[in-house]
Design a protein around this ligand. Structure first.
Ligand code: SF4
Length: 180
């Protein structure tokens, strides 16, 4: 069993029974393999997410098998489905209730851009109200694509500086969405 390697050790110095590295690499490694998603599913793309959760695709392989319906215990907002303009303040409120660090995936064409619903009532992409880290294309995207989106977020989380959330650029990004 000692030959089983669950995840790769972060960059640094490695030897038998030990590795030395920097704090932000260890924190990044831990965060990237324990992302807790909040599934904000309003329509068909949500069904694809259900398949992604199931045993065949098994999102728990990535440490994300624990969906949270409390924003305060989630760090990955996954918006899946058509978001009516009436729902936009709700999406934003959920985002605001999540603690930093938090990441956002827009799953599917509707969440990314309004999709085929170019109408007066549909939000033309959730990035009109909250910052988005990864867009997953498709109508609907297959579970493999949702997993690819999750892996992109893992990459971001793994390599993000611990200071990024305090940086001026990040504050400016939030201010551009009228978020303090
Ligand atoms: S992108 Fe397509 S599959 Fe997904 S919610 Fe919109 S219409 Fe449904």
């Amino acid at each position: 069993m000692s030959s089983v390697k669950m995840v790769n050790a972060p960059d640094g110095l490695e030897g038998a029974g030990f590795f030395a590295t920097s704090l932000d690499k260890v924190v990044g490694l831990a965060r990237s393999h324990s992302l807790w998603p909040l599934p904000f599913a309003t329509s068909c793309c949500g069904i694809e997410f259900m398949a992604t959760m199931g045993s065949h695709y098994d999102i728990s392989r990535f440490g994300s098998e624990r969906p949270s319906f409390s924003p305060r215990q989630a760090d990955l907002l996954m918006v899946m489905g058509t978001i009516a303009k009436k729902m936009a303040p709700v999406v934003k409120q959920v985002y605001l209730q999540m603690a930093e660090p938090r990441w956002v995936i827009a799953v599917g064409a509707c969440a990314s851009s309004g999709g085929i619903f170019d109408t007066y009532s549909v939000l033309q992409g959730i990035d009109r109200v909250i910052p988005v880290d990864v867009y997953v294309p498709g109508c609907p995207p297959r579970p493999e694509q949702i997993i690819e989106g999750l892996m992109q977020i893992q990459e971001l989380a793994r390599n993000e500086s611990l200071r990024r959330r305090n940086s001026e650029q990040y504050q400016q990004l939030l201010e551009s969405y009228q978020i303090q």
